[in-house]
Design a protein around this ligand. Structure first.
Ligand code: HEM
Length: 286
């Protein structure tokens, strides 16, 4: 049996993708959409229900949980793009970037709090990280980075659901901001930790390649029986794009940010720019 495929009729239907060309092709295919409840065999339905919940806050679906043709997702991309391209952004992030740079240089600070300072200045006009918002992001990260059993328990008990509700309120119900501060923040904070540990004579280009933290996997779901470069995919098949593994091998930003996919990260150019600025301000080599 193909090790990338786990298929037991009526029970589970999962396909893993780790070939870079196949992954890019599937990530761009709008016939493979977000994971939703109620599709596929028994375990797919349960996993679908849990996964859909991870990308909601107070019942509202985050951009990262919305379907390819969802109008709100497109509106949110436009709104986030405008904030990222705003010429005033450089000045808005200057102070939190300096704090992050001091941490990378070896000073004190807590990576998630520093991250929320930087990303908060990107996505909102007024945001100051608090004990509650930092704890909420940490609670979300613990679940996102855990296995299915832990995610199942969290789904039953609602720990990360409460954490997303805290961020929803702190972000004035802005769903781009909830995604940035609760989900994207996990990768950014991990990058700060790596930058701090690197020798300061590491060239910036190498430091960026080492430090860029990528989501381990992105889960999608077949929305009808289709033929793809990964073979046949049924209605409800869970398609696991092994993004971190592929990005580590290709070192290609198309993979780290799924740049050319319909869901490609709107911050794909911003993140390397911010990390580079932090590295140089921390005294790292150019
Ligand atoms: C820190 C490094 C980051 C990495 C490696 C990263 C990577 C990704 C990836 C792989 C996706 C596609 C996920 C999917 O298809 O389900 C994505 C989507 C997204 N990212 Fe990022 N991201 C990062 C930071 C950020 C930041 C800082 C922001 C906001 C300021 C952001 C906002 C978004 C949004 C809103 C989406 C959903 C886009 C859509 O579905 O239309 N990301 N990101």
């Amino acid at each position: 049996m193909d090790p990338r495929v786990m298929k037991i009729p009526g029970v589970i239907d999962v396909q893993r993708v780790r070939d870079p060309h196949v992954l890019r092709s599937l990530a761009s295919d709008t016939r493979i959409g977000r994971v939703s409840a109620g599709r596929g065999p028994l375990l797919n339905r349960l996993i679908g229900r849990m996964a859909a919940d991870l990308f909601r806050a107070e019942g509202r679906v985050l951009p990262s949980g919305r379907a390819p043709d969802d109008r709100m997702r497109l509106d949110m991309r436009t709104a986030l793009g405008a904030r990222i391209d705003d010429p005033a952004l450089d000045a808005r992030v200057a102070a939190p970037l300096a704090e992050a740079a001091a941490y990378v240089a070896g000073g004190s600070g807590e990576p998630m709090r520093l991250t929320q300072g930087v990303l908060g200045a990107v996505v909102l006009d007024e945001f100051n990280p608090t004990y509650q918002t930092v704890k909420a992001a940490e609670d979300i990260g613990n679940v996102l980075n855990s296995g299915l059993i832990r995610q199942f328990i969290d789904w039953l008990l609602g720990g990360s659901r409460k954490a997303r509700a805290v961020l929803f309120k702190a972000c004035d119900e802005d769903l781009n901001a909830v995604h940035a501060l609760g989900i994207a923040s996990q990768n950014f904070a991990a990058s700060l930790r790596v930058l701090r540990a690197l020798p300061k004579d590491t060239r910036a280009e190498v430091a960026m390649a080492r430090a860029l933290a990528v989501p381990t996997q992105v889960v999608r779901q077949g929305k009808g029986p289709i033929e793809t470069r990964a073979g046949s995919i049924d209605d409800g098949t869970l398609v696991i794009l092994q993004t971190a593994d592929v990005a580590r091998r290709t070192l290609d930003p198309r993979d780290a940010f799924l740049r050319d996919a319909w869901s490609g990260c709107p911050a794909h150019a911003l993140v390397p720019k911010l990390l580079r600025r932090i590295w140089l301000e921390a005294g790292g080599a150019a």
